[in-house]
Every structure is written in structure tokens, then in C-alpha cells.
Write a protein that binds this ligand. Structure first.
Ligand code: NAD
Length: 254
């Protein structure tokens, strides 16, 4: 098959957690442009519905599902809703996440648990629910959003729980990839550097420092992650599993 055709997702079924806005929304646009039916899964149903409407311009089926990825019942209900609507699931961009910037010695246990619950436990619950369906189908690609913070310690902002959660996502990815490879289910992770979204753009005091500290001298845009995720979602990456892909403008070189 022509190499460019291998990037196409025509007829594939995808869902994206944290898909209402930011990086998740950009990846949703890429999947829909490539021909996949896309479900937007998010805590924020209103914005998820708006995003799903925007995807309709690509003439694919879309769906918005309100889900808290930290709640097993929510995640299982979300999976049932998507399977009922689409019939199968080929691609998951497992991406919902938050960051809390507090010094380690002042962080409350609730703050620590909230970050780990969404960024790690939520990623596991969603991967497990999708993995069960994909094992039955004997095919699928899961892409977990980790971070360069799973490789390095950011500065100047303190975020020990976030960094620990993202390092764990990278290792969870490898573990699932090894377990599920015999079932033809691939699992990889994406580790972005600083990307301009609601998560980062509000930290106006730190942006100049982050840019100076980045060899390319700027933050990335969500759309600059579309290519690598499309690669991981599509058949082009058929021999790629258990890998982490850093896209950070060179940040982790220094
Ligand atoms: P964002 O805040 O713009 O979007 C996050 C989305 O996740 C929101 O739509 C939010 O409603 C949703 N969400 C939050 N908690 C949820 C929950 N419990 N259940 C379901 N949905 C929930 O952030 P973003 O920058 O687009 O980040 C997306 C992912 O990328 C996160 O995992 C983040 O850690 C990671 N990341 C971001 C950057 C960056 O610089 N922006 C860098 C590295 C990694």
C-alpha cells in the first residue's frame, strides 16, 4: 500500500479523553481529517459537544460523552456508549490530565491524590476498558499522553506529583505494550514539551523562562503534535509499541 495511504484512518473508530479542548481537541481534528469516527470524552460536556460539532465538517460520525476518567463506573459506561454507537474501537488517545504547582513540602495529600488519580489512575482505567475491547477484536492502538516531565524535572515551577504521574504513565505504557502485543494491541506514549493550551498559557510569569530554556526558543502549538499521533494511531506504525515519543522543541537536550 502507498505510504501516504497508510496514514489514513478511514472507517476507524477513535476516542479521545480530555478531547474537548487543548491538545486533545487538536488530535481529534487530525483523526477526523484522516477519516476516523471520533468520540470526544471529557468532564466538560458542553465544550465536548461543541468540539464534536466542529468535527462534523470532516463528514465523519462524532459523539460527545461526559466522563470522569477517575471513576471506574463512568469509564465503563463511556466504553459501552462508544461501542454501542461505533461498534468497535480502533484508536484511543488517552490524554485527560491536570497539573498542580505546589512545593512538595506544602502539597496536601488531597492535591497529590487528585493529580495521581487523573493522570495515572485515569489513564489506567481508560486503557483497561479499551484494552478489553481491543483484545476481543485482536487489534487496536492506544496512545497515552505522558510528558517531558516524565523524563526531566521542570523549573522554576514545583510539580512533583505531575512529574511522578507522567513518569509512571511512560512505564505503564511499556507494561501494557508487552502484555498486549500478542493480541495485536499496540500501546505507546507521547511526551510533549511546553505546548500552548489553557494548562500553560495562564502561567504568564513562567512562559519567558520556558521559552529561553527551549533550544527552539518557543512553546509548541497543539497542532504540532498531530503528525506523531497520526503516525502512532495509523497502520504506518505497525511495528511500534511500548515506545515514548518526546516532542519538545529540544527542551530535554539541555
Ligand atoms: P487542557 O487543560 O487544555 O485540557 C485538559 C482536558 O482534560 C480538559 O478538556 C479537561 O476538561 C479534561 N479533563 C480534566 N480532568 C478530567 C477528568 N477527570 N476526566 C475527563 N476529562 C478531564 O490541557 P492540555 O494542555 O491540552 O493537556 C492535555 C494532556 O497533555 C494532559 O495529560 C497534560 O498533562 C499533557 N501535557 C500537556 C502539556 C502542555 O504543555 N500543555 C505538556 C505535556 C503534557
Amino acid at each position: 500500500m502507498n505510504i501516504l495511504d497508510q496514514f489514513k484512518l478511514t472507517g476507524k473508530k477513535a476516542f479521545i479523553t480530555g478531547g474537548a479542548r487543548g491538545i486533545g481537541k487538536s488530535i481529534a481534528m487530525a483523526f477526523a481529517q484522516a477519516g476516523a469516527d471520533v468520540a470526544i470524552v471529557d468532564l466538560d460536556l458542553d465544550v465536548a459537544q461543541q468540539t464534536a460539532k466542529e468535527l462534523a465538517q470532516f463528514s465523519v460520525n462524532t459523539l460527545a460523552v461526559k466522563t470522569d476518567v477517575t471513576k471506574p463506573d463512568d469509564v465503563n459506561a463511556m466504553m459501552t456508549t462508544i461501542l454501542n454507537a461505533f461498534g468497535s474501537v480502533d484508536i484511543v488517545f488517552n490524554n485527560a490530565g491536570i497539573c498542580i504547582n505546589v512545593n512538595a513540602e506544602e502539597m496536601t495529600y488531597e492535591q497529590w491524590r487528585k493529580v495521581i488519580d487523573i493522570n495515572l489512575n485515569g489513564v489506567f482505567l481508560v486503557a483497561q476498558a479499551a484494552g478489553k475491547a481491543m483484545i476481543k477484536q485482536q487489534r487496536g492502538s492506544i496512545i497515552n499522553t505522558a510528558s517531558m516531565s516524565g523524563h526531566i524535572v521542570n523549573e522554576p515551577q514545583p510539580q512533583c506529583a505531575y512529574n511522578a504521574s507522567k513518569a509512571a504513565v511512560i512505564m505503564l505504557t511499556k507494561s501494557l505494550a508487552a502484555e498486549w502485543a500478542p493480541h495485536h494491541v499496540r500501546v505507546n506514549s507521547l511526551s510533549p514539551g511546553y505546548i500552548g493550551t489553557e494548562m500553560t498559557l495562564k502561567a504568564t510569569q513562567w512562559i519567558p523562562l520556558w521559552e529561553k530554556r527551549t533550544p527552539m526558543g518557543r512553546m509548541g502549538k497543539p497542532d504540532e503534535l498531530q503528525g506523531i499521533v497520526l503516525y502512532l494511531a495509523s497502520d504506518v506504525s505497525s511495528y511500534t509499541t511500548g515506545s515514548d515519543f518526546v516532542v519538545d522543541g529540544g527542551f530535554t537536550c539541555w
